[in-house]
Design a protein around this ligand. Structure first.
Ligand code: A2P
Length: 277
C-alpha cells in the first residue's frame, strides 16, 4: 500500500461550474485566510463584483456547497484572489480553510454585484467602508486604476475587532504605494483608515465603530476634511461587511442626504453584505 501523492488527489468534475485550481493559500489568523485560484479565460468581471465559489457535496450525488465571495483581485488580474473567514462548523468554510495549492474548487461561470464604480454617480471622494472580510471588494476596487481616474481621493476604512484582524495592512500601508504601476496614483490619492473596536489601538490605527466615527465627525477630522459629515455633492460611499453595520451606516448616510444607487440607477452609495458562514 502506498499513500497517494497530493497531485493524485481525485479531480472534481462539474457540468455546471468552472473547476479551478488553487494557486496559493495564506492564513492570517485562526479566523481569517486568503487564497487564489486560476482564472479561466472566459471569466470576465468588474472590480468589486462577487461570484459563487465552493466545493462538491461530501457524499456522492449531494449538491455542491457554494457561497458568494467578492473577488479580491482587480478585473485585469491573471489569478482570482479571495478573502475568507473560517467558521468551525460552517458548511463551506470548515472545509475550505483546509485547501492547499493544487486542490480544485468550483466557481460559477458569471459574477455579479453592486459594489462597482459604475453604480456610483461621479464625485470627488470615494469612501470604501468594510468590516472584517468586507474588505475583500476594496482589495479589488483600490487596486484598479479606474478608481483613481474617477476620484480625487480614495479612502479605505477597515473596521475590525483587534489589530491582528487587520489583514492586508501591509498592502495598504506599503505595497500599493511602492507598486510599479499604481504607486504614484496611490501616493497622491489613497488613504488607509484602519480602526479597531475591542482593544487599544497602536499608533497609526484608529479606535471605534465606523458608525460612531461618522456620527462624532472624527472620521472627517482624522482625514483632514472640511466639515463633519458626508457631502452628497462630492462623496461617494461603498459599504460591505456585517449586516448590522451596513444597516446602521446606510441609515446615517440617508440621514445626511445620500441616495442608494444600483447598476440600473447610479447613486451616492452602494452596499452588499459580506459572506458569512
Ligand atoms: P464591535 O467590535 O464593536 O462589534 P465582526 O468581527 O463581528 O464581524 O465585526 C467586525 C467589525 O464590525 C467590528 O469592528 C465590529 O465592532 C463592527 N461592527 C459590528 N456591527 C456594527 C454596527 N452595527 N455598526 C458599526 N460597526 C459594527
Amino acid at each position: 500500500m502506498t499513500d497517494l501523492p497530493v497531485a493524485a488527489r481525485p479531480s472534481i468534475q462539474s457540468a455546471t461550474h468552472n473547476v479551478e485550481t488553487v494557486l496559493w493559500v495564506k492564513h492570517w489568523t485562526d479566523r481569517l485566510f486568503s487564497f487564489a485560484i486560476t482564472r479561466p479565460p472566459s471569466f470576465r468581471f468588474r472590480s468589486g463584483e462577487f461570484v459563487m465559489i465552493g466545493l462538491p457535496g461530501e457524499t456522492e450525488g449531494s449538491k455542491p456547497i457554494l457561497r458568494a465571495y467578492s473577488v479580491a483581485s482587480p478585473h485585469f488580474a491573471d489569478e482570482l484572489e479571495f478573502f475568507s473567514i473560517k467558521v468551525e462548523d460552517g458548511p463551506l468554510t470548515s472545509r475550505l480553510q483546509k485547501i492547499v495549492a493544487g486542490d480544485q474548487i468550483l466557481m460559477a461561470r458569471k459574477p455579479t454585484g453592486t459594489l462597482v464604480l459604475d453604480a456610483l454617480k461621479p464625485g470627488r471622494r470615494l469612501f470604501l467602508i468594510g468590516t472584517g472580510t468586507g474588505l475583500a471588494p476594496w482589495l479589488s476596487v483600490a487596486r484598479d486604476p479606474d478608481a483613481y481616474d474617477r476620484f480625487e481621493r480614495v479612502i479605505v476604512v477597515h473596521s475590525v475587532r483587534e489589530v491582528k484582524d487587520l489583514a492586508y495592512r501591509e498592502l495598504f500601508e506599503r505595497d500599493l504605494y511602492d507598486d510599479e504601476f499604481m504607486g504614484e496614483e496611490a501616493k497622491a490619492k489613497l488613504t488607509y483608515y484602519p480602526t479597531v473596536t475591542r482593544e487599544a489601538p497602536p499608533p497609526g490605527v484608529h479606535a471605534g465603530r465606523i458608525t460612531d466615527l461618522i456620527q462624532s465627525g472624527a472620521l472627517f477630522r482624522d482625514l483632514g476634511l472640511a466639515g463633519d459629515r458626508f457631502d452628497p455633492a462630492e462623496d461617494r460611499i461603498m459599504l460591505c461587511g456585517s449586516m448590522a453595520m451596513i444597516k446602521d451606516v446606510a441609515a446615517l448616510l440617508e440621514g445626511q442626504g445620500l441616495v442608494e444607487g444600483s447598476n440600473h440607477e447610479p447613486g451616492d452609495f452602494v452596499l452588499e453584505r459580506a459572506f458569512v458562514g
